[in-house]
Design a protein. Structure first.
Lengths: 294, 380
């Protein structure tokens, strides 16, 4: 099995007619994702390589039964796009867009939680998710992921996620689902959401978790792991030597007032029984050891 | 984007928050003219992006024009923790009965806005939080609901300010929340928020940090971008639109993706070297971006070796390799380069780089090997 996304997911791309939406939408379709529709208020009634384009997510859902949406809309339109998808009854909204203001994120996170509790938001500023061999939604390169299992991956960073997938593939280790939760201050889906889903998924036997400096999501995950996780975990935290007060590329990757350091995160995870690698390669090697001992 | 105090005060004033009458200047004569206008005594304050201004002699009280002239000329040009004072703020000195603390920020853990109010102001809030946490009244505000007057009143009462300050504090905090939300701020802090002997409440200081992702909603924020503290290298990188943070070491770093760039900086430290910078060139890694990145790093005189760490995802290895070769043809480099190229079509990419390899361009199979090689070269 996989989490959040599988071969039955029907995906609508919000912004399919834009250059990024078109490129990745078609790439995802070529991977095998069931891409059923796109939306564009001005280009309704047209199609992109045979994929029908609707004016709204509501229209697309009614006509195609889409239950997942993927957002490739520029930052100023993201809040409206997320709420539109939620109101249309989409179950999983994957927002790839980078550069969304933190106040917008805080607003639609709380709006969804209150009015659309059954809708899951992934991102913004995330690479998306892939259930290898079943479906790929977002900008992950599908061919670097080996289908099957037993490992689930959750990560705040795009390239480090790819690196993790690739290293596991080199070691002939399969992945159930790889979720990129993104590097922004208010991610729609947290480490804990993913850990809980992996714990409940019978085909996932171990989890690889890649964090980075800033905020306290890793510390909160460590608490959750202590109480609820029975499956073994390996982890890597990026930014061990990052200077305080500087945003390291991601909007959320900042050590401020002595909080959010990699050292504190690694200590908390280690205390929860997680095996910590000092670099992504080491975390992959630890996962190979874990898989060999399953 | 961190605002200077005077920018923060102007930002507050635009939302109707009372601040002291004053103005900013870089000239001594003008400082005296401002002081004459707002009335003595005045406070002359250095405008720099760092704390500890008072201890460094950057905040002075002046009772007349002669004192104002003396302090202004001493403070302008002063070096405060490496920040040279180019601008001073001159304001009418306030009579202070009590000092409070007020702020709004995003609580990333609760995913709600956090308001903090304390009757113990004028000192670092971290110190109050540690020594007397009960002295801080906190509220968490759901962005969908906003801050209602009733809740604000309850909050002010919980902070146990002087009752004379209650109405003034409610008014300021309501406006401060509006400034924080409408202005897309990461932080709005007033420390101290003062009560005067005549019962007025107003902001004596302003600490504001704005969300750079929200600049498209606020075209006027370009003025704040222009005063951000950046060294020469950071300025050059910023002009090219690169995600760059200057560090102190000798190994230049180029990587694709923020996580991988952070990881590269870590690995260089782990193998005994010191990185000169953090630089994320994003997923594309084409020749233009690569050439720009190499230029910025080449202009850093501390750099003795460059580590290019690329992991191809959607971007294929041969595209990255062609980009590197083309970029190297455009920039005359002083330092040797070590490349680690992995991921999608890495073999094809390495084959493209192979004929160009020399003692100026080396390739290593793994991130750790490449880091070791770059550090060895940097140490000479």
């Amino acid at each position: 099995m996989s989490i959040f996304l599988d071969e039955n997911s029907k995906v609508v791309y919000q912004g399919l007619t834009g250059s990024q939406g078109r490129y990745y939408g078609l790439l995802n379709q070529a991977y095998g994702t069931n891409v059923v529709a796109g939306t564009s208020p001005k280009k309704a009634g047209t199609d992109v390589e045979g994929i029908p384009v609707f004016a709204t997510v509501g229209d697309a859902r009614e006509a195609t039964g889409a239950n997942v949406s993927c957002i490739f809309i520029p930052a100023p339109g993201v809040q409206a796009a997320v709420l539109e998808a939620a109101e249309a009854g989409i179950e999983l909204i994957v927002c790839i867009t980078e550069g969304v203001p933190a106040h917008d994120e805080a607003y639609f996170f709380n709006k969804l939680k209150r009015d659309f509790p059954n809708t899951r938001l992934l991102g913004p500023n995330c690479p998306g998710l892939i259930s290898p061999g079943k479906a790929n939604v977002g900008i992950t390169a599908g061919h670097i992921a080996k289908p099957g299992g037993p490992v689930g991956i959750v990560s705040r960073s795009g390239t480090l996620t790819y690196q993790a997938l690739y290293e596991l593939q080199q070691k002939n280790i399969g992945v159930t689902t790889c979720v990129g939760i993104g590097g922004d201050p208010v991610p729609g889906t947290s480490f804990i959401d993913c850990l809980a889903a992996f714990e409940a998924d019978p085909d996932t036997k171990a989890v690889m978790m890649i964090g980075e400096i800033g905020g306290s999501a890793e510390e909160e995950a460590a608490e959750f792991i202590k109480r609820h996780m029975t499956k073994p975990i390996s982890s890597y935290i990026a930014g061990v030597t990052a200077p305080p007060g500087k945003k390291m590329g991601h909007a959320g990757a900042i050590v401020s007032g002595g909080k959010g350091t990699a050292a504190a995160k690694m200590a908390a995870l280690e205390d929860a029984g997680v095996r910590i690698g000092n670099n992504p390669t080491e975390a992959g090697e630890l996962m190979a050891e874990i898989v060999a001992s399953l | 984007m961190d605002l200077l105090e005077y920018q923060g005060k102007q930002f507050f004033a635009s939302y109707g928050i009372p601040v002291s009458d004053g103005a900013a200047t870089g000239e001594v004569d003008e400082a005296v003219a401002i002081a004459d206008r707002v009335g003595y005594p005045v406070v002359v304050k250095a405008q720099v992006h760092t704390g500890g201004r008072g201890k460094a002699g950057g905040v002075k009280l002046a009772n007349d024009a002669a004192e104002c002239r003396l302090h202004a000329s001493n403070i302008l040009g002063l070096d405060i923790k490496g920040h040279i004072v180019k601008t001073i703020w001159v304001e009418h000195a306030s009579d202070i009965a009590e000092e409070y603390y007020a702020s709004f920020t995003l609580d990333r853990s609760a995913k709600k806005h956090l308001g903090m109010l304390s009757a113990q102001g004028g000192v670092e809030i971290e110190t109050v939080a540690e020594e007397n946490p009960d002295a801080i009244a906190k509220i968490w505000i759901d962005p969908v609901d906003g801050l209602t007057e009733a809740i604000c009143r309850e909050w002010v009462l919980a902070a146990k300010l002087n009752p004379a300050a209650t109405e003034g504090a409610i008014d300021i905090l309501t406006k401060l929340y509006t400034a924080y939300v409408d202005g897309d701020a990461d932080l709005c802090e007033i420390n101290p928020l003062i009560l005067t002997p005549t019962g007025q409440v107003h902001a004596l200081d302003a600490k504001v940090s704005l969300d750079s992702n929200a600049v498209y909603e606020h075209p006027d924020y370009a003025q704040y971008d222009a005063t951000q503290p950046r060294d020469e290298r950071e300025e050059a990188a910023h002009a090219k639109g690169l995600q760059y943070v200057g560090l102190e070491g000798s190994v230049g770093v180029i990587a694709n993706g923020a996580g991988l760039a952070m990881s590269t900086v870590d690995v260089i430290n782990q193998v005994g070297g010191r990185p000169a910078n953090f630089l994320d060139i994003g997923g594309g890694a084409n020749a233009d971006v690569m050439a720009g990145a190499l230029e910025v790093i080449n202009n850093d005189s501390n750099v003795k070796a460059i580590f290019i760490n690329i992991f191809g995802g959607i971007t294929r290895g041969e595209e990255v390799a062609n980009g590197i070769v083309e970029a190297m043809g455009r920039v005359a480099l002083d330092s040797p380069i070590v490349i680690r190229l992995d991921g999608t079509n890495a073999d094809e990419g390495r084959a493209i780089l192979a004929p160009h390899l020399s003692d100026k361009l080396m390739m290593e199979p793994t991130m750790l090997d490449a880091a070791r090689k770059a550090v060895e070269l940097a140490k000479g």
